[in-house]
Write a protein that binds this ligand. Structure first.
Ligand SMILES: [Zn+2]
Length: 66
């Protein structure tokens, strides 16, 4: 059984693509902060869990500054 997978997300500050390892053993949506590897700014990552096929579907990254 696969326990993790790589998803891509785009930094909302510099536009660069980043890879992230997602823990597939977590059964539910994930919401956390990840720093961009290029500009080091924190992006809020929102990942949705598809309950039907038990796969994670990347949703979006967001700017963390209010
Ligand atoms: Zn960046």
């Amino acid at each position: 059984m696969q326990t993790d997978d790589v998803l891509n997300w785009v930094c909302q500050y510099c536009g660069e693509e980043n890879d992230i390892w997602v823990d597939l053993t977590v059964k539910g949506d994930q919401d956390f902060i990840e720093d961009c590897e290029v500009c080091c700014r924190p992006n809020r990552i929102l990942i949705k869990h598809n309950k039907e096929d038990e796969e994670y579907v990347f949703v979006e990254s967001r700017i963390t500054d209010e």
